[in-house]
Design a protein around this ligand. Structure first.
Ligand code: GLY
Ligand code: MN
Ligand code: MN
Length: 456
């Protein structure tokens, strides 16, 4: 079936992206959206999220669909709902969707089998769809792309790394709701008895805007567990609450924000010392975000500010540059200073380090660099997080090898005075602009005083 073009702004946006892809690729491409996974019977499904590569070029969260691109022409493959489907679910029709995404033609899914020859693709996450990818293309489809799939992946990375106007508009909407949600979380904390209640206040804001969490929200008094997805702890008066939560827009664009606040609205002196140190690192890093700066150098700047501040607080001993050289900062700041952000929170990490690392670069196995997810020069249009932190992770600080290696540079008695800090992270979403940067999340305060005011 052929469709006349009826460009809407969505259709125009995704068409421009497809045209830019076509300039780099001279073979057919098929991108699958994926299928929802059943919980216990076929109609009781886990929430569906389309593959981000599909979303980037199709723009809509279509289930069990695929797009085929060749020579600038787009074909949509998806099934129309049957009367039995429509009794239970609201499912869009193929012709409506084809019009919305600016397809040149649309077919039922069964027709895809005869269109697979010679096409490149990117593996989707759900195993059922991944099997159909291999079947239709008559070859293995591996999570790490190879051959023409690798060429396609590189071309997609070259587009998705630098956000266009439509992407930025979506990202700004997600950020605005995320800021409101964090504020609601701060306001709810004094009356809350558990992490779960604060999480409820935050995610209620996402849901009320028809958005969802872009990743498992982290709302924890155990911030030393870096990705803690449990919410059962009671809030104690002396606790710091670490909240890492970001909204995803209905079309799939993510935000990623962390604030850490005192449960009773007032940092203790030791909490305040370490909070101000993390904030100093955060501010120093953001000041360096501009075109052509190496993101790795921003990470090393965070390491050096943290090492230097810990020396000032008497926790580390030595010269900050020597401490960074021996990765002593990583005892307390064991992750990278951030990552790229877009349709996914760690954008394009389904492709391994293909997006995060410039061609020819590889991850270091150093303690202080192994979790650095981004090692590229910054360019206008990139959206990155800046998220330094300080943590007391028992598995790191009590590890016998670490104790031996860092025995002389850590003042363990002094560190014990800071026992009321388990984890602090401050994370903002920073757009690289032609002249420097724009902190998209700047409406959410970071200073200790403003945080205390909001909570209290
Ligand atoms: N929310 C995950 C991260 O900050 O990377
Ligand atoms: Mn992040
Ligand atoms: Mn985060």
């Amino acid at each position: 079936m052929e469709f006349s073009s009826n460009p809407t702004s969505l259709a125009t946006t995704v068409k421009q992206r497809r045209q830019r892809l076509a300039q780099q690729i001279d073979f057919p491409i098929i991108l699958w959206s994926g299928s929802p996974s059943p919980r216990n019977f076929p109609a009781n499904l886990f929430p569906f999220r389309a593959s981000s590569h599909f979303l980037y070029f199709a723009g809509l969260q279509l289930e069990n669909a695929a797009i085929r691109l060749e020579n600038g022409k787009l074909e949509l493959f998806m099934d129309d709902p049957t009367p039995a489907d429509t009794l239970w679910h609201e499912i869009p029709t193929r012709s409506d969707m084809a019009q919305k995404i600016g397809a040149d033609a649309a077919y039922p899914m069964t027709e895809l089998a005869s269109h697979g020859s010679g096409a490149a693709t990117i593996a989707v996450q759900d195993a059922t769809t991944c099997q159909s990818q291999a079947q239709i293309l008559s070859r293995p489809v591996t999570p790490v792309p190879q051959g023409i799939d690798l060429s396609l992946a590189k071309a997609i990375v070259s587009l998705r790394l630098y956000h266009d106007g439509a992407a930025l508009s979506e990202l700004r909407q997600g950020v605005a709701v995320t800021v409101k949600a964090h504020q609601a979380g701060m306001v709810a904390t004094m009356q809350a008895e558990s992490e779960a209640q604060v999480r409820g206040a935050i995610e209620a804001v996402f849901l009320a805007h028809n958005m969802s969490p872009a990743y498992g929200s982290i709302v924890t008094v155990h911030g030393e567990v870096l990705h803690n997805f449990k919410y059962h702890h009671a809030l104690q008066p002396q606790d710091l609450l670490l909240v890492d939560a970001g909204a995803e827009t209905a079309n799939g664009w993510a935000s990623d924000v962390t604030r850490t606040w005192p449960v009773k609205g007032k940092f203790s002196p030791t909490q305040r010392d370490l909070y101000d140190l993390v904030l100093t690192a955060h501010d120093a890093c953001i000041a360096e975000v501009r075109p052509d700066v190496e993101y790795r150098d921003i990470h090393l700047l965070a390491a050096s500010v943290i090492a230097s501040g810990l020396v000032d607080l008497g926790i580390l001993k030595g010269q900050p540059e020597d401490l960074v050289e021996m990765d002593a900062h990583a005892l307390f700041f064991p992750h990278g200073v951030g990552h790229i952000l877009g349709l996914d929170v760690h954008d394009m990490e389904d492709l391994g380090d293909l997006a995060g690392y410039a061609e020819g670069r590889q991850r270091s196995d150093r303690f202080g660099l192994g979790f650095l997810r981004l090692d590229r020069p910054l360019k206008p249009g990139m959206l990155v997080t800046i998220e330094p932190g300080f943590y007391q992770v028992p598995a790191i600080l009590q590890d016998a090898d670490n104790r031996a290696k860092y025995q002389e540079v850590v003042n363990w008695d002094r560190l014990a005075k800071f026992a009321d800090v388990r984890g602090i992270r401050i994370e903002d979403d920073v757009l690289v602009t032609e002249s420097g940067n724009e902190v998209l999340t700047s409406a959410l305060p970071t200073s200790a005083e403003r945080i205390e005011e909001l909570v209290a």
